[in-house]
Ligand binder design. Structure first.
Ligand code: FES
Ligand SMILES: [Fe+2]
Length: 360
């Protein structure tokens, strides 16, 4: 039986501010989103604030070593609690100095005892679901959501095999890459390698062997696998001493984060933060033992920025302009039943999740 042809998403999914708003209030508020790296919160009282799904949030480490996340809003009259990052003994609101414990409970407020029946034990900053996944902090605004291991089956276990030194890794650099396109254009471009041979010569001839590239869904994860390029053509030395050193693999965690392991077991990440319908900020993260200077990671970061990342910016921005053209009619996806590098089956899965996010 022949499969019906699957067409790419209608252009309005990428250009309509109403759809962006639905995603912002819905999808982003009920999926696991990257907040930061655990090493940013070394000691009790360390915190950092960040924006996500139109909300300001902050992560803070308690004296019990637990990292918690709270909405960044005072439970008195709604002033913002913290900005940026820092360290504190207690969390003090800058408006009227109500003071909260690192665990979120109200500790004291000027003259609150003058209020008859005031019960400070009933007042607490609003907490957000938080998970530490291999040292990375993720949050989900939906308190009833499933744990990450159910969203992304086997990802943690596999990543531990590919990156056995996870516990020692800290960020070496995070580079911000602004792109003038809808977040979904950038995420789709990340999620297929049909465009690689033509557009990414360095990646396709000096890092991976494109003919072995494949992408398979694994729950809400898209798992990329491929072999490294012939050793004589590799742009760097991949002999790390670990298993899987001759493979490239990535785990894209729907909707906006990806763990990527370059040959030689070099961990790097992609994550995205939406700005508006036509703009997204993409971040490339590189990691090393204790965050110490590391020639290979630094060299790869520069190579990646000057080639793959730069090449992709032009692709995604051209697509965003094209999606606004009256002349664009969504074309058929190239879905090869055998999958492989020249198939867009991963885009079919991704666009199914994108449709579900809007239409339920
Ligand atoms: S709004 Fe925070 S103390 Fe008043
Ligand atoms: Fe690309």
């Amino acid at each position: 039986m022949t499969q019906p042809i699957t067409h790419s998403l209608d252009a309005r999914y990428y250009t309509d501010p109403e759809i962006f708003k639905i995603e912002q209030d819905g999808l982003l508020a009920r999926t696991w989103q990257f907040a930061g790296h655990g090493s940013q919160l070394e000691n009790a009282g360390d915190y950092f604030a960040f924006e996500m799904a139109g909300e300001s949030l902050f992560c803070i480490k308690g004296r019990d070593d637990v990292i918690r996340t709270f909405y960044n809003v005072c439970q008195h009259r709604a002033h913002q609690m913290v900005s940026g990052s820092g360290t504190t003994r207690v969390v003090v609101c800058p408006y009227h100095a109500w003071t909260y414990e690192l665990t979120g409970g109200l500790r004291a407020g000027p003259n609150v005892n003058a209020v008859e029946g005031f019960d400070k034990s009933k007042i607490c900053l609003t907490e957000v679901r938080t998970e530490i996944f291999l040292g990375f902090i993720f949050v989900n605004l939906d308190n009833d959501t499933k744990p990450m291991d159910e969203w992304f089956p086997n990802a943690r276990k596999e990543l531990e095999e590919w990156v056995p030194h996870f516990e020692t890794l800290k960020p070496l650099e995070w580079v911000e890459i602004p792109e003038k396109c809808n977040w979904k254009v950038s995420v789709e471009n990340y999620s297929e390698c049909y465009h690689c041979s033509l557009n990414h010569p360095t990646f396709a001839t000096g890092v991976v062997k494109p003919e072995t590239y494949d992408i398979k869904p694994q729950g809400y994860c898209l798992r990329h696998t491929t072999e490294c390029q012939n050793l004589k053509d590799m742009t760097y030395d991949i002999r790390s001493g670990f298993d899987h050193y001759d493979q490239y693999s990535s785990w894209f965690l729907w909707p906006m984060f990806s763990f990527q392991v370059y040959p030689g077991n070099v961990l790097n990440t992609y994550h995205w933060r939406t700005i508006d319908t036509d703009h997204v900020m993409m971040y490339r993260g590189w990691y090393s033992m204790d965050g110490a200077e590391n020639d290979i990671a630094r060299q790869l970061a520069v190579q990646d920025r000057e080639t793959t990342v730069e090449e992709d910016i032009h692709l995604v921005e051209s697509v965003q302009r094209g999606l606004k053209s009256r002349g664009y009619i969504p074309g058929p996806l190239v879905i090869d039943p055998k999958c492989g590098v020249n198939s867009e089956h991963s885009i079919m899965h991704l666009q199914k999740w994108m449709r579900e996010a809007i239409n339920g």
